[in-house]
Design a protein around this ligand. Structure first.
Ligand code: FE2
Ligand code: FE2
Length: 316
């Protein structure tokens, strides 16, 4: 098997980044607090279900959550549930050696807490139909997960920077929309983890921009242009994501303003003067794309406001 120049470039860059990964890993380990999923779950609200224990089957009236928060919690949990797929994808990108491998395992162990705590909360509070949830989990995990850019290092790294911030925003806003202080407290805790993950990946991209500005810029642009949420292969995702966007939990405006823009600003992509050739071209393409996205976000917001006004008028 011949080694392509692309593979040589990636291996060289990863070698140069290794001390930075080690530094970021140590920073993460000293910043991340230990926390326990079981302490965030209101076990006192629980009762047995039907089946071997002969309790009560779930009924729609059991749930006190609004439909939008419920849909969002289901999407967030199914996304977290698919962790084995992400573990494989991230291990393909980062490898298993040295600080890279240590990070991959640590990150996976932290992410697992998210699925544990959200599932326990939803089951104990009877917030969702547990049978439908389990069937959806089976279906989603059997679909697996395929990273859009395979094992390409810079693309994978840029993607997770945005994705961690996107999940942070989605968890945080789902908590707010739930109307349940216990749910909000739990999701605020999860969102804090996602933020630390984002910082790790974002700092690696910052270092990559210094080492290989043009290649990193190209990867960022390609990832922004075809970004999809990690749970996009969930059955019925499109319908669910419309409900979530209409509720203002995660929409184009948040994606543009609170996810893409802060990362791009931190990396100073529009202020740097070290892009040449394809790197400069990629930066210009990105500027154009961001302007189009901004316009699409405004259009969406206007339509949503008009729809809400019509609904309010009908209700009066
Ligand atoms: Fe997570
Ligand atoms: Fe995360």
């Amino acid at each position: 098997m011949s080694v392509t120049s692309e593979e040589k470039f990636q291996t060289g860059l990863m070698l140069e980044l290794e001390p930075i990964v080690e530094k970021e890993l140590n920073r993460h380990l000293t910043t991340a607090d230990e926390w326990f999923p079981h302490q965030y779950v209101p076990w006192g609200q629980g009762r047995d279900f039907d089946g071997p224990l002969g309790g009560d089957g779930w009924e729609p009236g059991d749930s006190k959550l609004g439909a939008e928060a419920r849909e969002s919690l289901i999407v967030n949990l199914l996304t977290e549930d698919n962790l084995p797929g992400y573990h494989r994808a991230i291990a393909d990108v980062f490898g298993r050696d040295g600080a890279w491998g240590t990070w991959v395992n640590r990150w996976t162990a932290e992410e697992n807490r998210h699925g544990i705590v959200i599932r326990d909360y939803l089951t104990v509070t009877r917030a969702v139909d547990p049978i439908a949830l389990e069937r959806a989990r089976m279906k989603h995990m059997e679909t697996g997960y395929e990273a859009a850019h395979g094992s390409a290092f810079l693309h994978g790294n840029a993607y997770v920077s945005f994705q961690e911030l996107a999940t942070r925003v989605a968890h945080r806003n789902t908590g707010k929309a739930s109307g349940d202080p216990i749910c909000e407290q739990m999701l605020t805790r999860v969102a804090k983890d996602e933020n630390l993950h984002m910082i790790f990946y974002r700092n690696l991209i910052a270092a990559s921009l210094d080492l290989a500005p043009n290649e990193t810029m190209r990867a960022i642009t390609e990832v922004v242009k075809d970004f999809q949420m990690p749970g996009h292969s969930i059955d019925g995702f499109l319908r669910k994501s419309v409900v979530i966007a209409n509720a203002g939990i995660y929409d184009l405006r948040l994606h543009h303003d609170d996810v893409l823009t802060p990362c791009l600003r931190k990396w100073k992509v529009f202020d740097r003067d070290d892009f040449t050739g394809d790197g400069a071209k990629a930066r210009d393409e990105l500027a154009e794309f961001m302007a189009q996205l901004d316009a699409a976000a405004t259009k969406f917001e206007t339509r949503r406001e008009e729809r809400r006004a019509r609904q309010a008028a009908r209700a009066n």
